[in-house]
Design a protein around this ligand. Sequence first.
Ligand code: NAD
Ligand code: ZN
Length: 264
Amino acid sequence: MSNAFSDILVQRLVSARYVTVFTGAGVSAESGIATFRDLDGMWSRFKPEELANVNAFLSNPSLVQSWYQQRKRIVTEAEPNAGHRAIAAFERHFLERGHGFALVTQNVDNLHQRAGSKNVIELHGNLARNYCFDCNRDASEEEMHTKTDEDSVQCVECGGLIRPDVVWFGEQLPAQAIEGAVSAARRSSVCLSVGTSAVVYPAAQIPLLASEEGAYVAEINVAPSAIASMIDETVQGKAGDVLPALFDAYKEALSSSDESYTLN
Ligand code: NAD
Ligand code: ZN
């Protein structure tokens, strides 16, 4: 693992016609929300796996709703960091050049969108949304605020339980999101895998699929992930340091390649 990115990566970005960025919780670490450790007080008694599943929700909906409302407060109070912003800058730049770009995220924190990313494929949902488990109707934020300590929020139309729009352990990923992610991975010439341990499947398949289809795949992580040995390049460092530097190097290489083109 190197702590600098290669010239090859920069050149591949310059010549790429389609780029996929794949992100995990590590990209939000520098915003202070990478782990569940901020959930102190009564929440420290629970493991996330014990709350993030259907059975936990059905046996104690009020508790699980409160936990997600608390997580939502934490991410709402957090700010996107330089890593999120660099990914949004890459997207704008690629689209302006008439090329394709997709961001596939496992995060549910909405920070990519708040940093300005537009084409965000959410594999695991988004804490910002809630819906009725029975009739599928979207629930408004006002409805969620009717929650009391003891009682769960129920659907105003059918009386069903309101759940967060996130993918729980044991649940299927949203079909449209996984299809969009697979098709983005397949057409990519470069894929960046950022801040993910790459152990949660099928999400972790995305960079590997891009690699199989011939993309140059680079990872940016503070430590090697589970797929580090299967990809082209691993860059050791924080997303908030490496991504802005990579964007600057890409822009610089792009302007010098434009100049040589003009000179010819
Ligand atoms: P993970 O916790 O398994 O892995 C995080 C990775 O980020 C690790 O490989 C770690 O080395 C790396 N990392 C930590 N700080 C970093 C930094 N500053 N820069 C770059 N890399 C850094 O997370 P995961 O791979 O996303 O998978 C776990 C699951 O947990 C996902 O399904 C996700 O839905 C969920 N989750 C989401 C959030 C969120 O939305 N912010 C938070 C926690 C968990
Ligand atoms: Zn309903």
